[in-house]
Design a protein around this ligand. Structure first.
Ligand SMILES: Cc1ncc(COP(=O)(O)O)c(C=O)c1O
Length: 430
């Protein structure tokens, strides 16, 4: 900021997603095959088999987005219009939109301030006679406390849908995210640890739920089990009955082929993210008032996002946390450290979840008689997190592909900036 030499040489950064010769080759092979799409097309089916095996679930359906996979799960759960689904106040809006898309009502619970995941006690407080499901979100790649959540669900006969959009390969008590509830939705968006462009994966081990989700995926048609005839890849001999409301959520062969290549690299890429996080955490935790993310001993974190909290009081400063955070980010950026924000308010405070007259004029909040509504400040732990924290890395330069040398330089940047907080805050500090 003063014109000196930045701590970070930006040419060390690796931009995400990493696309190499294998991806190019796979895309060309799809083009050469002449089969571009289809629920029984070879790349789509192979991806589904490989991902189900990877997660340790029986079934997988590839979709064209993570939101579609979550919407399929909400529908498959047998939720009726106006029923309530409890989810986290700290998530991407898609989680709650997938609930609204089925004319159900999202109700939100606050987070645990250490893991940033939905807090099981908060779930219990939100349960009403209309609650049908819980949708925990493994935020930033750290699994939720699923034994506690599943115990609540069992007691009340609720369905558990994991939003695993950010958590490919993360584990809880040695089991993979995606195999910890009744169903799960993953995203394959280009920003994710497992990217293909746009895409998603629905996962379950329950055949009944699979059938319902499959029907929603293709316009309400039942799942086509007749094997593909390679000579007629666009023709089907399957059931032509349309028995339910459906959407067109199929993915295509090129994205599926790309996801298969990326899946082979996922373990190594997640391991690199964990090693980078370990390095950052060991150096940043030595700085007063800097709180690196915590991973409980019974889980593995895949660091889709590495979020750092700041505690100005622990730095001996009496200052608005948001101001301290903003000044630190500006100084880190000047040092070349890649830092970013992700969302600026709890999801229930966003307009769509506040409005009673939105949603095409027929908002389910009113038409189903729901009285669920949220005031600003009702989620103090999420609000505090979003004021005093930021992400190290960005969606274009996340932690997973970066070399260790870059992480050392990021830590150098923090060590240069944090001791100068008083100077950075100027008249804002007391
Ligand atoms: C927590 C969470 N849930 C759901 C989604 C939706 O995934 P997609 O963008 O593939 O629809 C995302 C993606 O950004 C996400 O981060």
């Amino acid at each position: 900021m003063r014109g000196g030499k930045p701590a970070v040489s930006r040419d060390l950064r690796v931009r995400w997603p990493v696309i190499g010769a294998e991806e190019r080759e796979a895309a060309l092979q799809v083009l050469d095959s002449g089969v571009l799409c289809g629920s029984r097309a070879p790349q789509v089916r192979a991806l589904e088999d490989e991902f189900a095996r990877f997660v340790g679930a029986k079934f997988c359906l590839a979709t064209n987005s993570g939101t579609a996979a979550l919407h399929m799960a909400v529908t498959a759960a047998g939720i009726e219009p106006g029923d309530e689904v409890i989810t986290s106040a700290f998530t991407y809006p898609s989680t709650a939109l997938a609930i609204l898309q089925h004319n159900a009502v999202p109700t939100f619970a606050d987070i645990d301030p250490v893991t940033f995941n939905i807090e099981p006690g908060g779930i219990e407080e939100r349960i009403t006679s209309r609650t049908r499901a819980i949708m925990p979100v493994h935020i930033h790649g750290l699994p939720c406390d699923m034994d506690a959540i599943n115990a609540i669900a069992r007691q009340r006969d609720l369905v558990v849908i994991e939003d695993a959009a950010q958590a490919h390969g993360a584990t809880y008590r040695s089991r993979m995210a995606g195999a910890l509830g009744d169903m799960a939705g993953f995203s394959l968006n280009a920003t994710k640890n497992l990217p293909c462009g746009e895409g998603g994966l629905f996962v379950t081990s329950n055949e009944r739920l699979l059938g319902r989700a499959a029907s929603l995926r293709i316009l309400g048609q039942s799942r086509d089990e007749v094997p593909l005839d390679p000579d007629h890849p666009l023709d089907s001999q399957g059931d032509s009955e349309f028995s339910g409301m459906g959407f067109m959520y199929l993915t295509q062969e090129i994205p599926a082929a790309l996801a298969r290549i990326q899946l082979r690299r996922l373990a190594q890429s997640n391991a690199n993210a964990a090693a980078n996080a370990l390095l950052l955490t060991s150096r940043l935790s030595a700085l007063p008032g800097v709180l690196p993310p915590h991973c409980p001993a019974d889980r593995t974190h895949v660091y889709h996002k590495y979020r750092v909290r700041l505690d100005p009081r622990a730095m001996g400063l009496s200052v608005d946390p948001r101001l301290a955070r903003d000044r630190v980010m500006a100084a880190l950026r000047a040092e070349g450290v890649e830092v970013s924000l992700w969302l600026d308010r709890p999801v229930p405070e966003m307009k769509i979840f506040q409005a009673r007259t939105g949603y095409g004029g027929g908002c389910p909040w009113t038409c189903h008689g729901s009285d669920v509504r949220y005031g600003v400040g009702e989620f103090p732990r999420t609000t505090a997190l979003l004021a005093d924290s930021f992400v190290v890395g960005s969606q274009s330069y996340p932690l997973f592909p970066q070399p260790r040398a870059l992480m050392e330089q990021y830590a150098d940047g923090f060590e240069k900036v944090i001791p100068r907080m008083t100077e950075l805050l100027g008249s804002g500090a007391s």
